[in-house]
Write a new protein. Structure first.
Length: 690
């Protein structure tokens, strides 16, 4: 065992029974006689009695089940920073060894934790690995500082399919939730909280189970973070695939405590981006239009080109980003002939715009799987490409379509065929939809691919590489629609929710995802995508009220954002609203920033916060923007938000306030008071001294 020491601002203390690593903010203690570990923070948060668990030989084996435990300490430096790593080897005759790694970083309030199974004479094989397992029944506990404050746990969905919602759940006795890839356990009033999530997404679907053992006031909970999640919410019909080899690594966990859980979630996202950078995009926020809400399956040539002409008139009043506007086909562009498609692209380009297209790379929508796969010269039928379970049966349909195996050579030919056409036709944007089909568990053609996430990487990397600017000679924006949240490095933007149209319920639903998922923007993805912004007609062609439509626009502006409209502007009222609202340069300037607003409060359960905020600098001034929403369809609302809660703590002066839609200005002290009509949103600019 290494001697006591100090390295990279991190101190170590060892004896025969334990190893402790401490950076002055957080410490990790490994108890070698027990096979457990503890994490404690200077602010009072703690996790104790934790162990690692791995499924081996069809049974769970924990580090506490092993008889020999040995630790070594080493300096470390990686993309997350400099620190000290404690490596603990657990051994027992007849089982693969388990190896834990704990790294404490200089100056950081988080640690990274991983467990590995190491074969001895034979490969290790498992479909479940938990670097963190805390069971309240044996005295282990997680405690979040905050005394008797209500604790909540955040459920992050695996994907954005089927109108799934994020949810903040009070941790009352008996409550249990399962989150995916990330969670926060926090006290909404003080905002103190723990953030736990996965930093690697190359192999596993990571689940995080949280259960309240003794109620919110005590803060004692059971917590389990594991690779191997599989079920209805990961869209799987069979168990997670087994991973095998001489050494099998779990997901690398991020475990941190923060005075403001919002800072913690942003730090988690940035830590991910340090290890695996987001797909680079220098083209700015995409402004433009998407056809789905306006036309759906009625899409035709006339709508597309007439929309391009209308957007050209909006360009003159400011609806563009550095002169760029996209005009995007959604599904059913196949109703047009190839000549019409090429003429449509030429028309858009003549208007000084860029054309976008739509594709579902991992889904078969047909009824006859014996049909030949395009781009394969008849070598493969779709029946060859369909993903099957481990007994050879085709997997059940998902969203009405069957999953295609991303690793099949026929699918690679199909991918090359479609993407080459999109490039040759002159498109510069693609919306990739129903991507979750490529991430489900199954038996893949490539035997080296053992899990759904590995297959998803394989398929998405082929798309990213085929559309790389250095290959095709121009930037090509890749937008992910219905897709897993992780991995993220294959898209410049991602729909933050499922389909959202123009009704106030659509706005609230999309803002639920922003309330609990704002932290993805400019970290995992360059932009959150709030879906096409419907100002007038919703999907079923029901007209939206004036405030309803403008709330939808306001919500899109604050999302971070992909600013694509979604109306048929052959309709007079749709044109009038767009011409009036999209000439507001103050609002458009805010949208062009591409920065997401964060929620003021995080206790909306499965709903959305009603106030969001963004701090920025404009010239010599510091500016706070606040967006406030009234989701009620019938009644007015009075909104009051304290300046202290907004982070404005100067007690000596008043603040200059301006509402961007109306232009109304006033001086306010202590709090922001707003009256909102039914379904109305207001967007406020507050200027203050630096």
């Amino acid at each position: 065992m290494s001697k006591n020491g100090q390295n990279a601002g991190v101190g170590t203390v060892t004896d025969e029974n334990s190893v402790t690593v401490n950076n002055g903010i957080v410490s990790v203690t490994v108890r070698l006689t027990e096979g457990t570990y503890e994490i404690s923070w200077r602010n009072g948060d703690r996790i104790k009695g934790a162990e690692g668990k791995v499924k081996l030989k069809e049974a769970l084996r924990g580090t506490t089940d092993y008889v020999r435990h040995e630790a070594r300490i080493s300096e470390s430096e990686d993309a997350l920073g400099r620190g000290i790593t404690v490596t603990v080897l657990h051994e027992e005759t007849g089982f693969p060894s388990l190896e834990q790694q704990f790294t404490v970083y200089e100056g950081e309030p988080y640690v990274s934790v991983r467990i590995a199974a190491i074969g001895s004479g034979a490969e290790a094989r498992t479909n479940y690995m938990a670097p963190l397992a805390v069971q309240g029944s044996n005295g282990a506990e997680v405690r979040a500082a905050g005394g008797v404050e209500e604790l909540r746990a955040l459920r992050v969905p695996f994907d954005n399919d089927k109108w799934v919602r994020y949810e903040s759940t009070p941790l009352l006795s008996g409550v249990a939730i399962e989150s995916y890839e990330a969670t926060a356990i926090y006290a909404p009033a003080s905002r103190k909280g723990l953030v736990v999530g996965s930093l690697t997404h190359d192999t596993w679907k990571t689940g995080i189970r949280i259960a309240a053992e003794e109620g919110a006031s005590s803060g004692a909970i059971a917590l389990e973070a594991f690779g191997g999640a599989s079920g209805e919410l990961t869209r799987d019909s069979i168990p997670h695939g087994e991973v095998a080899g001489d050494r099998v690594n779990s997901p690398l966990l991020f475990i941190g405590s923060y005075a403001d859980y919002r800072d913690g979630l942003e730090a988690f996202a940035q830590a991910n981006a340090k290890l695996e950078p987001a797909l680079d995009w220098a083209g700015g926020v995409p402004f433009g239009w998407n056809s789905w809400s306006a036309a759906a399956d009625k899409l035709d040539y006339d709508l597309y080109v007439s929309t391009s002409d209308f957007l050209r008139t909006l360009h003159a009043t400011g609806f563009h980003n550095d002169g760029v506007v996209y005009v995007n086909f959604d599904s059913f562009w196949t109703s047009l002939s190839e000549d019409q498609l090429q003429d449509a692209v030429a028309h858009v380009q003549a208007n000084g715009q860029k054309a976008g297209i739509y594709w579902t790379p991992f889904t078969f929508w047909g009824h006859d799987a014996s049909q030949a796969v395009e781009g394969t010269n008849g070598a493969y039928s779709y029946d060859d490409l369909l993903l099957r379970d481990r007994e050879g049966s085709v997997l059940p349909s998902l969203d009405g379509g069957l999953s295609i195996d991303p690793t099949h050579p026929g699918n690679l030919l199909r991918t090359e065929y479609h993407l080459a056409r999109f490039v040759d036709w002159g498109f510069e944007y693609v919306k990739l939809d129903f991507l979750g089909h490529g991430a489900v568990e199954g038996n893949h053609y490539d035997p080296a691919i053992r899990t759904g996430i590995q297959a998803y990487h394989f398929g998405m990397a082929a798309i990213r590489d085929r559309l790389a600017p250095e290959r095709i000679g121009r930037p090509f924006h890749i937008n992910l629609s219905i897709a897993p949240l992780f991995p993220y490095q294959y898209g410049h933007s991602r729909r933050i929710s499922c389909d959202a149209f123009g009704l106030i319920g659509d706005t609230e639903y999309m803002l639920n995802a922003l309330t609990y998922g704002w932290w993805m923007n400019d970290a995992l993805y360059r932009y959150n995508d709030p879906d096409h912004t419907v100002l007038y007609k919703s999907f079923n062609q029901e007209a939206t009220a004036h405030h309803e439509g403008r709330s939808r626009l306001t919500a899109s502006v604050i999302a971070g954002t992909v600013m694509l409209l979604g109306d048929d502007y052959r309709n007079e009222e749709a044109r009038k609203r767009a011409e009036a609202w999209l000439a507001n340069e103050d609002v458009l300037r805010l949208a062009r920033l591409g920065r997401t607003f964060a929620p003021v409060e995080g206790c909306a359960n499965a709903g959305a916060a009603d106030a969001f905020t963004l701090r920025t600098a404009e010239g010599d001034s510091s500016v706070l923007y606040v967006a406030v929403f009234n989701y009620d369809q019938d009644a007015m609302a009075e909104s009051t938000v304290s300046f202290e809660r907004l982070g404005l703590t100067d007690k000596t002066g008043n603040y200059r306030v301006r509402e961007l839609w109306s232009g109304e200005e006033w001086i306010a002290a202590d709090e922001l008071r707003l009256s909102l009509e039914a379904m109305e949103a207001k967007l406020v600019r507050i200027e203050f001294d630096k």
